[in-house]
Design a protein around this ligand. Structure first.
Ligand code: NAD
Ligand code: TYD
Length: 359
């Protein structure tokens, strides 16, 4: 049966990349994109879709169960791809309540809407529906230097309010499969980078600050490790799971790129130095600042399951992915300026960085 997608959070970083990816690989797929347009979401992220007529935007909150039910019914949605979330760890330390509301209550309301429309009203045969939940490696907690990478069977041990809210939503999704038979899949992915990422996260923040001659704030000793994945690879993995994944299963997704933060920032500086820009050498902007409380030291994903079962592996290596990302931001300064002007960006920078000072 033809898939008709409800994408939640499709005006955010990964959601908008996913919509563009699906329109490229499956132009006929119809997509309804429901997004609240919080500070992190923008219609600018959707400005140049390849097939705009197959994308419909609805401004709405995933916590509004009635709206979700209507959206599923009126549009004959048989596949939900759930990205919408509060996604920034530092913001979850400043104000956790939005994370509880959107990530936990919002996911619950989506699940309830799906249960009602798909399981009670039986809008479609059960084999034709799927709720795919997008989650993070942060649910597994932190690794020591010699620990093996996270597997799907690694016990959850979330350390930040963000990670705890995502862990909670994962458990709810799993339980709706186990208790009610809702067809679900879950993917837990490592840190993404690439075009359209809001410049509060490490890589776009460093590019923006370097371009404007501002300090490049490294938390703590800069030796924390993330498993970086180019966003298009994540989108491909999600699409692969939606097409061929086993119902009820979780899949870990990662990039196999695990240099410490300071090396990532130095690589970005090196790429910028090769362009004819002011503030060269950019490394002189690097500034060590007070660490994030409870900062997870290391993440790494074991991707054997998705590789063995579904044949997925990342296509982009870090060197090329970072180069493409830096060039995308250099070529899209209009987007960047619109994003940082439109939202509460300056306010967030003040809240998060002023109190950190230098380390
Ligand atoms: P993002 O912050 O860029 O985008 C989130 C989107 O959700 C925004 O468009 C926002 O407007 C929307 N949204 C927020 N609250 C909403 C609500 N109540 N109702 C409807 N829409 C709402 O996030 P992202 O980086 O694109 O992450 C997307 C998903 O992927 C999240 O679930 C996140 O936990 C997960 N994830 C992200 C990463 C990463 O590195 N960015 C890695 C692994 C998993
Ligand atoms: P971030 O992009 O916020 O993702 P996450 O916290 O989900 O991993 O941060 C990536 C890493 O970079 C993390 O170890 C924190 C660090 N970091 C800095 O050192 N300085 C910064 O200004 C930011 C935003 C992050």
């Amino acid at each position: 049966m033809k898939q008709k997608l409800l994408v939640t959070g499709g005006a955010g970083f990964i959601g908008s990349n996913f919509i563009r990816y699906v329109q490229n690989v499956s132009p006929q797929t119809e997509i309804i994109n429901l997004d609240l347009l919080t500070y992190a979401g923008s219609l600018e992220n959707l400005s140049n879709l390849p097939h705009p007529s197959n994308h419909q935007f609805i401004a709405g909150n995933i916590c509004d169960q009635t709206l979700i039910e209507q959206t599923l019914q009126e549009n004959n949605i048989n596949t939900i791809v759930h990205f919408a979330a509060e996604s920034h760890v530092d913001r979850s330390l400043e104000g956790p309540s939005a994370f509880i509301e959107t990530n936990i209550v919002g996911t619950f309301s989506l699940l309830e809407a799906a249960r009602k429309v798909w399981l009670v009203e039986k809008l479609f045969p059960l084999n034709d529906v799927l709720f795919h939940h997008i989650s993070t490696d942060e649910v597994y907690g932190t690794l020591g230097p010699n620990d093996p990478a996270f597997q799907e069977t690694t016990p959850y041990a979330p350390n930040s309010p963000y990670a705890a809210s995502k862990a909670s939503s994962d458990h709810l999704v799993r339980s709706y499969n186990h208790s009610f038979g809702l067809p679900i899949t879950i993917s837990n992915c490592s840190n993404n980078y690439g075009p359209y990422q809001f410049p509060e996260k490490l890589i776009p923040l460093m590019i923006l600050n370097a371009l404007t001659g501002k300090p490049l704030p490294i938390y703590g000793d800069g030796m924390q490790i993330r498993d970086w994945l180019y966003v298009e690879d994540h989108c491909e993995a999600i699409w692969t799971i939606i097409q061929n994944g086993s119902v009820g299963e979780s899949y870990n997704i990662g990039g196999g790129n695990q240099p410490p933060n300071i090396e990532i920032v130095k690589k970005i500086c090196g790429i910028l130095d090769e362009r004819d820009l002011p503030n060269t050498p950019h490394e002189k902007l690097i500034t060590y600042v007070k660490d994030r409380p409870g900062h997870d030291r290391r993440y790494a994903m074991n991707i054997e399951k998705i590789h063995q079962e579904l044949g997925w592996e990342p296509k982009h290596d870090l060197a090329n992915g970072l180069r493409d990302t830096v060039d995308w931001y250099l070529d899209n300064t209009d987007w960047l300026n619109a994003i940082i002007k439109e939202k509460d960006y300056q306010q967030w920078v003040e809240i998060n960085y002023q109190q950190r000072g230098r380390a």
